[in-house]
Design a binder for this molecule. Structure first.
Ligand code: IPD
Ligand code: CA
Ligand code: CA
Length: 284
């Protein structure tokens, strides 16, 4: 996949090659900084953290993308004011760009800050609002998850496929615990309470992008979370879809860049999954 001949490319690299290169370079650098970050700030709430490594990694990716594709648009978490309103506005202003790179330089900053070795770099490219390339890189395991629209998804060079569990009873799910104490947190707790007794178990590892990559690779049967942003989900959503899974909002509408409350699964148990989530919401 690459741009037409009329647009000059430095080195002539394809979109996917650039996405992989950016994720690998940023990830390697982030890994060297584990346990050595020097500045820690709070963004929107006490649970919303940022370090100089988040900012540095985003700058590195932005510069690399800009070198190859200077006319493309760029939406990175660290370039947006904190909070859901600002995120929605930022997405609104670029979502219909011809080519839009959507980047979370470190997905799992809380883990990174605590030395918990589970975080990722998430890079997606959307064309007229539709994700066409998705890359999620886990630098601690050196695992690169890559998808191209219509061409499948791969991990460590092997084609990925979602898991085969047909029912919630046989499933391993994951969720993310939201920080927002007014809406998202109480709802997530209700959902967890409704789902936990019906499944094999529920995990919460702290990187939405990696949770999505694990659904794609069949390591998780499903994942849900309330209140995410486009940079948490865009790459992972393509990974799941290209691996045969389902990604929707909690009402069952197909994933698009504006989805904040997400359910992703191997598709077999999606109906049952949504039903339990919806019942919990109705009863909350
Ligand atoms: C967070 C992670 C976490 C999820 C949060 C996200 P960040 O992203 O994906 O797993 O539960 O909702 O905000 O802040 O580390 O990029
Ligand atoms: Ca994130
Ligand atoms: Ca982040």
């Amino acid at each position: 996949m690459g741009e037409g001949n009329d647009i000059p490319l430095v080195g002539g690299k394809s979109f996917t090659a650039v996405a992989i290169n950016c994720a690998a370079k940023a990830g390697e650098w982030i890994k060297t900084k584990l346990g050595n970050h020097t500045s820690l700030s709070i963004k929107y709430s006490a649970q919303d953290l940022v370090t100089e490594v988040d900012k540095g990694a985003e700058k590195m990716i932005r510069n690399l993308v800009g070198t190859h594709f200077p006319h493309h648009s760029f939406l990175g978490e660290e370039g947006v004011e904190p909070g859901p309103e600002a995120s929605t506005k930022a997405l609104q202003s670029v979502k219909d760009a011809e080519y839009l790179w959507i980047v979370d330089p470190i997905d799992g900053t809380t883990n990174f800050v605590h030395g918990f070795p589970y975080f990722s770099v998430s890079i997606a490219l959307a064309h007229w609002g539709e994700v066409i390339v998705g890359v999620v890189y886990d630098p601690m395991r050196d695992e690169l998850f890559v998808a191209e629209k219509g061409k499948g998804a791969y991990v460590r060079g092997r084609r990925m496929a979602v898991s085969g569990e047909q029912t919630l009873r046989d499933s391993l799910l994951a969720t993310g615990f939201p920080a927002d104490p007014n809406y998202a947190q109480p709802l997530n707790m209700k959902q967890l309470q409704a789902i936990a007794p019906q499944v094999r178990n529920v995990r919460s590892l702290g990187s939405a992008a990696l949770h999505m990559a694990y659904v794609a690779s069949g390591r998780l049967s499903g994942f849900w979370e309330i209140g995410l942003n486009s940079w948490d989900l865009a790459a992972g959503a393509l990974l799941v879809k290209e691996s045969g899974g389902a990604v929707t909002d909690l009402q069952g509408n197909e994933y698009h860049l504006g989805v904040r409350h997400v359910a992703a699964s191997n598709s077999h148990l999606h109906g049952e999954f949504l039903q339990v989530l919806q019942q919990a919401e109705a009863g909350s």
